[in-house]
Design a protein around this ligand. Structure first.
Ligand SMILES: Cc1ncc(COP(=O)(O)O)c(C=O)c1O
Length: 403
């Protein structure tokens, strides 16, 4: 099956300005269907969730619909889909809640490869509760984090193992499913940060063996919000801080304050757009199956385009790529001899190519790679990236490198 990039490009108004957007790992551009769904939620009657008035039913239907869509995306249970302001905020909340049960002698495992959103919440609450933090290190020369790198830090005292599904800095995809198999016989909870991965591959949190799978719809064509998936039975065992009148029901127990219904409508629309990246069979295939099909085709398309980008960048004198893991997302981090990362970023921006510089909150990984906080330049592909974008990026970097 071939991927029709022009079809999705036609649905993204921002692309009309001619910019080549390589900053998708920081947040993708938005399809009109998503923006329209958000506007429609806000311009229809919209009250707090209940079933008495149409406006209440609108809020309720939107919420239930977004949980169903989120569950389809990650192969989760709709009653275990929690929405929050961001991955970071939700992870702090989960860590704070789990840490109620931790004390000296307990351990948590984090990795040097992760975005700080899947490190600092665990470190903060481990330290506060007296629990020990163990670090799984990746190989800086290859960018690879192996199953052994993680499992060698796990023992019978481990309470949580927090691992990224993919590095937002260098694209490395650790074998989270194999880690999940290893952890299945332990009491440790497996917390998988799928923020970067979810935009690039079909996701099956059951196959991964994740107790928690977290992602952020604004990385996959949706609005700025976070989404956590877990089994309702696990969520029932947890007692987050809450207001006295707010419900103890799961998953609402974890959703503090009034939900942003308009953003939830946008989440559903974004997931529908992903399912429709490869169109057809709406009547005969479930949304889940269409999502898997679309994301498999997208993954193949993005892999081929990444090869084109990588080959082009590698051919430029003075360009150094930092990610080399065999299994990676289409995200390249690179430096250019004689130019700071910020110079390259600004030079590309002047050419209408958006590829930012930094460590992108994967600060541990950037330091481990020897890049420091200033990091390097990141070029990430998104469902709307085409060969013309890639060729403009490569040409721009070549000009900057030879200046
Ligand atoms: C891999 C990864 N994890 C976590 C986050 C944090 O997500 P949020 O902005 O939803 O808190 C990001 C954001 O860039 C990310 O790329």
């Amino acid at each position: 099956m071939t991927y029709d990039v022009d079809r999705i490009r036609a649905r993204i108004p921002a692309l009309a300005d001619g910019t080549a957007y390589f900053d998708g790992p920081g947040g993708t551009q938005t399809p009109d269907l998503v923006a329209e769904a958000i506007a429609a939620a806000l311009t229809s009657g919209l009250s707090n969730r209940a079933r008495n008035t149409q406006a209440e039913r609108n809020a309720d239907d939107i919420t239930v619909g977004a949980r169903l869509a989120g569950a389809d995306l990650v192969n989760g249970d709709p009653n275990g889909i929690v929405f929050g302001r961001s991955m970071t905020e939700l992870t702090f909340q989960v860590a704070r809640t789990l840490a109620q049960q931790w004390g000296p002698g307990d351990e948590v495992v984090v990795t040097r490869l992760d975005h700080d959103g899947n490190i600092r919440p665990w470190v903060t609450y481990a330290e506060r509760s007296g629990a020990t933090v163990r670090w799984a290190e990746f190989d800086p020369s290859t960018g690879t984090l192996t199953v052994d790198d993680v499992m060698s830090s796990v023992n019978e005292n481990t309470r949580v193992v927090a691992v990224t599904g993919a590095s937002n800095l260098i694209g490395t995809r650790p074998d989270v499913a194999a880690i999940g198999v290893e952890l299945a016989s332990s009491d440790a909870l497996f917390y998988v940060d799928g923020v970067h991965l979810t935009a690039h591959a079909p996701i099956d949190m059951q196959a991964i063996g994740a107790d928690f799978y977290i992602c952020s719809p604004y990385k996959f064509l949706g609005p700025h919000i976070g989404m956590l998936a877990a089994s309702p039975a696990l969520l029932e065992t947890m007692h987050p801080d809450k207001l006295r009148p707010s419900t103890m029901q799961v998953p609402e127990r974890f959703e503090l304050g009034t939900l942003p219904y308009e953003l939830l409508a946008g989440v559903t629309a974004a997931i529908d757009v992903l399912a429709d990246l490869v169109p057809g069979d709406e009547g005969s295939m479930s949304r889940r199956d269409r999502l898997v099909r679309s994301m498999m085709v997208l993954e193949e398309y993005e892999d081929a385009l990444r090869d084109r980008m990588r080959t082009g960048l590698e051919a430029i004198d003075g360009v150094h790529l930092h990610g080399h893991a065999p299994l990676r997302t289409p995200t390249e981090l690179f430096s250019v001899d004689g130019a700071t990362a910020a110079d390259v970023y600004l030079g590309l921006a002047a050419r209408g190519v958006n590829a930012p510089a930094g460590s992108f909150y994967a600060i541990e990984a950037a330091e481990w790679l020897g890049l420091g906080v200033q990091g390097a330049v990141r070029a990430g592909l998104a469902p709307y990236t085409n060969t013309d974008d890639v060729d403009r990026l490569v040409a721009g970097v070549a000009e900057i490198a030879s200046a």
